[in-house]
Ligand binder design. Structure first.
Ligand SMILES: O=C(O)C(=O)C[C@]1(C(=O)O)C=C[C@@H](O)C=C1
Length: 257
């Protein structure tokens, strides 16, 4: 995101676009059952006692970093300590955020939320043995969620630039609660929840060529959807938006350093 694109409308558009990636990633993961053994600490097998899921994400991030990923402040690795510099030339992205922006991360909270709370809500109990495919799908979900949530850094920068006279005293006073209130727009949050639920309903239905007046796009019953639309609204309400706001506050608290 460059300086010219840095307006609240543009950043909110970026958040809207990320909703599609999150909904599709969840739909893909929901094709597989829970597959609990993929998350249990593994004895042997080259994972050093880690679960297959953790092993996969660590190794995938090493590859992604070598290829030049994680250069932008919104692309935050889950295991930054393992990463090497890119092996290929990377583009210099315009630096529109404060220099500490890359170190703002809530990925530990995203990791716990995804595996402990979200996964049981949208996958069915069961084990089909497709563990490698399953953890690759988890990685896609984690990446999409993390990216969306860390775009909060840009939201915070725009809000600060637009009203630095309101934010600066709260930042100096380290008043986390007042900062949280100032950056919260309840009406926007309601719209976001309704929109993601609708996207899950539309993207998650089976599309056929049969002419059936009861089943026009957007009218599929929730039980026919590949991911229950209410899970999306809950995910955003309980975790995605609160974590985005945590990123915003964390960024703002250091904005005057
Ligand atoms: O759109 C904003 O103003 C944001 O800060 C983003 C967001 C969100 O996560 O979607 C978070 C806080 C606001 O209350 C509304 C929405």
């Amino acid at each position: 995101m460059g300086e010219a694109e840095l307006s609240l409308a543009a950043v909110r558009d970026a958040l809207v676009r990320e909703e599609d990636s999150i909904v599709f990633a969840l739909i893909e993961r929901a094709r597989r059952p829970r597959n609990a053994p993929a998350y249990a600490p593994a004895a042997g097998g080259g994972g050093g006692g880690r679960s297959l899921a953790e092993f996969f994400v660590r190794e995938a991030e090493v590859l992604h970093a070598k290829a030049g990923h994680y250069q932008k402040p919104e692309d935050v690795p889950f295991f930054p300590q393992d990463l090497l510099s890119p092996l290929f030339p990377t583009k210099d992205y315009p630096k529109v955020l404060h220099s500490f922006a890359s170190s703002v991360s809530v990925n530990d909270a995203i990791w716990k939320m995804y595996f402990n709370k979200l996964l049981p809500l949208f996958t069915v109990d069961g084990d089909d043995g497709n563990y490698a495919e399953t953890v690759a799908l988890d990685f896609a979900c984690l990446k999409a969620l993390s990216r969306r949530i860390h775009i909060g850094k840009y939201v915070a920068e725009v809000k600060f630039k637009d009203a630095s006279q309101d934010y600066s005293p709260l930042i100096r006073a380290k008043d986390t609660k007042a900062l949280m209130n100032l950056l919260t727009f309840k009406a926007v949050e309601e719209k976001v929840k309704r929109r993601v639920e609708k996207k899950a309903r539309i993207f998650g239905q089976n599309v056929t060529l049969e002419d059936n007046a009861d089943k026009q796009e957007g009218n599929a019953g929730d039980s026919e959807c590949k991911v229950n639309p209410e899970v999306l609204s809950k995910l955003y309400d309980l975790w995605v938006m609160p974590l985005t706001k945590d990123v915003e506050v964390e960024y703002l608290l250091r904005r005057l350093d």
